[in-house]
Design a binder for this molecule. Structure first.
Ligand SMILES: *Cc1c(COP(=O)(O)O)cnc(C)c1O
Length: 378
């Protein structure tokens, strides 16, 4: 297999045999001509079922995760929804991280619970706690590592072993790390989930999701629901995501470089009471992160002296860091998880600290990012 950056640029993206187009075209047709009934030219029939631009994206994301099958969706949540329906039935049980992505928690707690799927939220850096939460009807262990927004680390290989012991599957939401930094299938995960909205797209201009697996049977169920329920990305969205992926390797190196610079500045500031970044030797789980990740990513969380009011004030004062939800784009973003991305967890076991600030460190000049944060901290 070729190297990561080469796969990002070429996998699924051979020049068009008919026109010579070097870049995969945006195939906007909803339907495809048949040479006689059932005589499909290249397997395409109707664009909900399959579309050549989407196929290119699906081939590419599978190659990035070094997986056999990739499926693209209209959003990360659509991918999560399909995965839950492909793997769980009423009466089944799933384990989720106790600081899961807010939307994932909401989907499982507010939607799937009412369809008879139970869940237990567990801190997944504690393998004994995960083992203790496993039940005979546990079908899925849902893992995020690093987690959002606390950047906790789970040991993917060990979690896979725990899940497999009772016949459950391990899904890793690899949105934060990206396949450039971490490849869960190689560590024993059964399926990888992405919000391609974030680093894969990389430019904050498209919403999308993906599922990647080596399990043919699971992929067939996922493909059935992709077509049967229809939460597919349009061809332009698929094309934009592919365009973003081409630079994933260089962007991730720069995100990591800049995050390290920002972390160092935060650590030296007296108003900062704690910095969470998996690259810090003092970070809980650093050794596991170092074992399973190439570098430590572009997301940094920190707490400030003065509680929620102080955290909100910092969020209001940055000039280069834009106050907005989401992450993984080229531009730096700042947000207050308690009031923004994780507001739906208020009053639950998943509630996040009120003095916590999350940064998505972009790829601007590192000096400008450090100056901006220091100025906002005062
Ligand atoms: C954004 C995000 C999702 C949801 O993806 P959407 O594309 O917004 O639907 C899921 N997991 C993580 C870790 C995310 O950051």
């Amino acid at each position: 297999m070729t190297g990561f950056a080469t796969r990002a640029i070429h996998a699924g993206q051979d020049p068009d045999p008919h026109t010579g187009s070097v870049i995969v075209p945006i195939h906007s047709s909803s339907t495809f001509v048949q040479d006689g009934v059932g005589g499909l030219r290249e397997g395409y029939e109707y664009a909900r079922t399959a579309n050549p631009t989407r196929t290119a994206l699906e081939t590419c994301v599978a190659a990035l995760e070094a997986g056999l099958h990739g499926r693209a969706f209209a959003s990360g949540m659509a991918a999560s929804d399909v995965l839950l329906r492909a793997t769980c039935r009423p009466g089944d049980h799933i384990i989720i991280p106790d600081d899961a992505y807010g939307g994932t928690f909401r989907l499982i707690d507010k939607v799937f619970r009412h369809w008879g799927i139970e869940h237990t939220a567990v801190g997944q850096s504690d393998l004994d706690a995960v083992r203790a939460a496993m039940r005979p009807n546990t079908r899925l262990v849902w893992c995020e590592t690093p987690t959002n927004p606390l950047l906790n680390i789970a040991d993917i290989a060990s979690l896979a072993a725990v899940a497999h012991q009772t016949g459950a599957r391990l899904v890793v939401d690899n949105t934060f790390a990206t396949p450039y930094l971490q490849t869960p299938l190689a560590l024993g995960a059964d399926v990888v989930l992405h919000s391609t909205t974030k680093y894969l797209g990389g430019h904050s201009d498209v919403i999308g999701g993906a599922l990647i697996t080596d399990d043919v049977e699971l992929d067939e169920q996922v493909a059935f629901l992709q077509n049967g329920a229809g939460a597919v990305p349009g061809p332009f969205d698929a094309w934009l995501t592919l365009r973003g992926i081409k630079t994933l390797a260089v962007r991730m190196e720069r995100h990591c470089d800049n995050a390290e610079r920002v972390v160092a500045a935060l650590q030296a500031h007296p108003a900062v009471t704690g910095v969470r970044y998996p690259g810090l030797a003092t970070h809980h789980g650093h050794e596991i992160a170092a074992k399973q990740m190439r570098r430590f990513g572009g997301i940094v969380s920190f707490t400030v002296d003065g509680g929620a009011a102080a955290a909100l004030a910092v969020c209001a004062r940055t000039q280069v860091f834009t106050l907005a939800e989401s992450l993984g784009g080229v531009e730096s973003l700042i947000e207050h998880p308690g009031r923004m991305t994780h507001a739906s967890t208020t009053g639950t076991q998943l509630e996040v600290p009120a003095d916590l600030i999350r940064l998505s460190v972009g790829i601007e000049d590192p000096e400008d990012l450090v100056d901006d944060i220091l100025a906002a901290l005062g």
